[in-house]
Design a protein around this ligand. Structure first.
Ligand code: ADP
Ligand code: MG
Length: 371
């Protein structure tokens, strides 16, 4: 098991990259600590597989270094890096039995026969493959084949890390849920560094202790599911995590705050200093639907707005509001009455976030940077 460090990493598939748009990974540094259960979360095409393949050694980065426990491994082959990688689609030897498929990585590592048997049986039990253990892989269903593929990644507990690249894509939804639980269980049991790639936030937060959110070739935030929810470091994290995502409003600076559609929102002096220092024209306010305050009564810090739609989702409601030219979403409890066509909306100071050039400015006025 190893700590995996990516130093000033960048990758372009083009031989002569013209600009940043030619890079699948834009220059970034990141550390995956030893023994963690991590998710790498982002939309299709943001560079997740590229990053995984650079870690495993299938791909050589155009710039920067990959270090395992502080030792540079750029020149090492995937085999010498001692990494197990599980891909989106099954990689199995059709002519071998399930048993031999699972035993293969252990035989290669010269493990004694009795130990191999014990380990194969242990993993087969966890993945519920006992019934097909002595069948040829060829006759298996797609689900079973992918379980064998995962098993081949999981049998060795001496690896530096196990990398999963959207491994449950071909698995049916119910089994998906069970396998995710099992992966978590295996992680708890063996404590191996695991990086699990997905574009599904639910999958990421059920598996991982910490999630790296990737956007446009860079990790824009690395945090617990709660941190990503409560304090998105980048507007993309706000928008991508949560359902619905964060409300984001383009605003202009004024003397003591910001303004949109003639509506003034006061901000602290620290935040105003940050806006003035940055001189960017790209300023946004962000607030999650869960934190938008809806009330029937006007107060000093509320704004009158129109109710456009109420969607009843059982234990909660999603209310669509019109405030000036903006459409906002609010998530309220099922028992909160929202009947009138006009209500007052408030933005609790603690949950109202300021973004300059898409990055969060914290209360001290400092612009956050991804790790
Ligand atoms: P993800 O796994 O997040 O969907 P990828 O790492 O596969 O993203 O791709 C990142 C970007 O690099 C995309 O724009 C994709 O089109 C491009 N890309 C991926 N693989 C190759 C390749 N072999 N050759 C050229 N471009 C590639
Ligand atoms: Mg991919």
């Amino acid at each position: 098991m190893a700590e995996i460090q990516l130093n000033s990493l960048a990758h372009s598939y083009s031989r002569h990259p013209a600009g940043s748009e030619d890079y699948a990974i834009r220059r970034m540094s990141h550390t995956w600590h030893k023994g963690g259960a991590y998710a790498l979360l982002g939309p299709s095409g943001c560079g997740k597989s590229t990053m995984l393949n650079i870690i495993s050694g299938l791909l050589e980065p155009s710039e920067g270094d990959v270090l395992f426990d502080n030792v540079k491994v750029n020149e090492l082959s995937p085999k010498d890096r001692n990494i197990a990688q599980v891909f989106q689609f099954p990689v199995v030897y059709d002519s071998m039995t399930v048993y031999d498929n699972l035993a293969f990585p252990l035989k290669n590592a010269d493990m004694p026969k009795a130990k191999i048997k014990a380990k194969v049986e242990e993993i087969a039990a966890i993945l519920e493959l006992e019934a097909v253990l002595h069948k040829k892989a060829k006759g298996l269903t797609a689900d079973e084949k992918q379980k064998v593929s995962m098993g081949r990644g999981l049998v060795r507990d001496d690896v530096s890390a196990i990398l999963f690249d959207e491994p449950l894509t071909v698995i049916d939804p119910q089994l998906k849920w069970r396998l995710r639980r099992k992966l978590k269980q295996i992680h708890e049991q063996f404590n191996i560094t695991m990086v699990y790639v997905t574009h599904d936030q639910l999958e990421a937060s059920t598996f991982a202790d910490k999630i790296a959110v990737m956007y446009d070739g860079q990790i824009v935030q690395f945090g617990t599911p709660r941190e990503l929810f409560e304090s998105p470091n980048h507007t993309f994290v706000g928008f991508f995590i949560g359902s619905p995502g964060m409300n984001l409003i383009e605003v202009e600076p004024t003397e003591g705050g910001v303004r949109f559609d003639g509506i003034d929102v006061p901000l602290s002096e620290h935040l105003m200093e940050a806006i003035r220092a940055d001189q960017s024209g790209n300023i946004k306010l962000g607030i999650r639907p869960e934190f938008v305050h809806l009330t029937g009564h006007a107060a000093d810090d509320t704004y009158p707005c129109e109710v456009r739609d109420i969607e009843d989702l059982g234990t909660y409601k999603i209310v669509t509001l019109q405030l000036g030219g903006q459409t906002l979403k609010a998530r309220v409890d099922e028992d909160q009455e929202v009947t009138s066509e006009s209500v007052h909306v408030g933005f609790p100071r603690q949950w109202l976030k300021l973004y300059v050039d898409e990055f969060l400015v914290d209360e001290r006025g400092a612009k956050e940077q991804a790790e």
